[in-house]
Write a protein that binds this ligand. Structure first.
Ligand SMILES: [Zn+2]
Length: 358
C-alpha cells in the first residue's frame, strides 16, 4: 500500500463517524478525492458522492456506507455515571472494560465502560449472561451530573470505542469500524485508479458514501432517489465463517482471504451478477458465492427498489468478528475488490443495459 493510501485508510478508521454524525469522516473521504473526481457533492443529511465523468451520461454507481456503530448517552445519573443506548448493532457482550471517545460539545471526552470485578461476580459466574445495553455504565471521572455537564456532555451525545487499527501477520488488518470504512476506502481507490488511466470509461462513475446504513439504509435511499444510476454495485462487509464455532450449514461458507463474495437472489440483479462473474473470470479474480434468499442486510436492499428499480448487486469483503473492535479483514481481498470493481467499470460499454426483456 502506498504511503498516501495508508494515510487515507488510517484517517478514515481513526475519525469517529457514528450513524447520524458522519460528517467528520465524510470530510476525510471527500478530501482524498479532491483533484481526482470531477465533482464532489454532499446532500442534506451528509451522504457524499464523487463523480468521474465518462464518455456518456450513462452512470454506474459504486456504493459503500459511511457510518459506524456506536453508542448514545441515554441518561446521566446523580452519581455522574452515563447510561447508554446503542447506535446500530453495537454488541453489549464485548462492551465492558472498554474505553470510549464521547463526542461532546466541548470536544472529545474519554470514558470507560465499567466492569464489576470478577471477584465480586463470583456467585453469578456460572449462569452469567451478556449484559443488556441499559446495564452498561460509563465512568467519565465525575461524581455527579453537574460535573458531567461541565465536561460538555448531555443526553444524545454519541460515542465510539477508542480502538484504532493495526496489522496482524499475513496481511490481515484489524480495526474498529472496518465495517464499512474499508468500503469507502475501496470505492475511492477504484475512482483513483480509473482516473489515473489515460482513457475515460464509457459510463460516468459515481462513488456514493452513504450515511445511516446501520439503522436501515436511510442515506442510500435519499441519494439513490436523486441520482438514479443505470446500475449500482454495493460494497459492504460479510461474515467470514471460518473461525471456531460458526456453523457453515447455517451461515454459508465464506473464507477470509478467499476473495470477494458475490450475492445471488433478491436485490441482486441476475444480469448484473452475470456480468460481474464474467469480469472476474477474465481478470482471474476468485469469487466466493453467497445466497440471499430474502434480503442482503445491506444498502442494496434499499437501493434496488428505488422508483422503478435500479439494477443492483452486492459485492462483499469477508470480515471476522464483525461489530467488535477487532474486526479482521485480509488485504488480498481488499486488493481483489479494487481490481474487480475497476475492471467492471472500465469494461462497461455504452450499449450495456441490465434491463430484463421478454
Ligand atoms: Zn456494513
Amino acid at each position: 500500500m502506498k504511503a498516501e493510501d495508508q494515510q487515507f485508510l488510517n484517517d478514515l478508521l481513526q475519525t469517529p463517524s457514528p450513524t447520524g454524525f458522519e460528517m467528520p469522516g465524510q470530510r476525510v473521504w471527500a478530501g482524498f478525492l479532491q483533484g481526482i473526481a470531477d465533482e464532489t457533492v454532499c446532500d442534506s443529511y451528509g451522504s457524499t458522492w464523487a463523480i468521474l465523468k465518462g464518455k456518456t451520461e450513462k452512470t454506474i454507481m459504486l456504493e459503500a456506507h459511511a457510518d459506524e456503530i456506536g453508542y448514545m448517552i441515554k441518561q446521566i445519573d446523580d452519581h455522574g455515571f452515563l447510561r447508554l443506548d446503542r447506535v446500530g448493532g453495537s454488541d453489549a457482550a464485548t462492551a465492558r472494560g472498554r474505553r470510549l471517545r464521547i463526542l461532546g460539545d466541548k470536544g472529545e471526552v474519554t470514558g470507560v465502560i465499567g466492569n464489576t470485578a470478577i471477584h465480586l461476580r463470583r456467585d453469578e459466574l456460572g449462569a452469567e449472561k451478556a449484559p443488556a445495553v441499559h446495564e452498561l455504565w460509563v465512568d467519565v471521572g465525575c461524581a455527579n451530573a453537574k460535573q458531567v455537564e461541565a465536561l460538555g456532555l448531555r443526553v444524545g451525545h454519541v460515542a465510539v470505542y477508542y480502538d484504532g487499527s493495526f496489522e496482524l501477520a499475513h496481511k490481515r488488518i484489524v480495526g474498529r469500524a472496518l465495517d464499512n470504512r474499508i468500503g469507502g476506502y475501496i470505492i475511492a481507490q477504484v475512482m483513483k485508479k480509473i482516473a489515473a488511466a489515460k482513457k475515460r470509461p464509457e459510463f460516468t462513475l459515481i462513488c456514493l458514501n452513504a450515511v445511516q446504513e446501520e439503522i436501515g439504509g436511510n442515506g442510500a435511499m435519499m441519494a439513490t432517489h436523486r441520482l438514479m444510476p443505470d446500475a449500482c454495485i454495493c460494497l459492504d462487509v460479510t461474515h467470514a465463517t471460518d473461525t471456531p464455532g460458526i456453523d457453515p450449514c447455517k451461515f454459508g461458507k465464506v473464507t477470509l482471504g478467499g476473495g470477494p463474495t458475490v450475492s445471488h437472489g433478491t436485490a441482486n440483479h441476475p444480469l448484473l451478477v452475470k456480468k460481474i462473474i464474467q469480469v472476474a473470470d477474465a481478470a482471474k479474480i476468485t469469487l466466493q458465492h453467497e445466497a440471499s434468499s430474502r434480503f442482503t442486510g445491506t444498502d442494496t436492499d434499499k437501493i434496488f427498489h428505488t422508483r422503478d428499480g435500479v439494477p443492483s448487486a452486492l459485492i462483499s469483503l469477508p470480515l471476522r468478528s464483525m461489530h467488535s473492535v477487532v474486526e479482521t479483514a485480509h488485504l488480498d481481498d481488499v486488493d481483489a475488490i479494487i481490481e474487480l470493481l475497476s475492471a467492471f467499470v472500465t469494461n462497461l460499454k455504452t450499449k450495456d443495459t441490465f434491463h430484463q426483456s421478454l
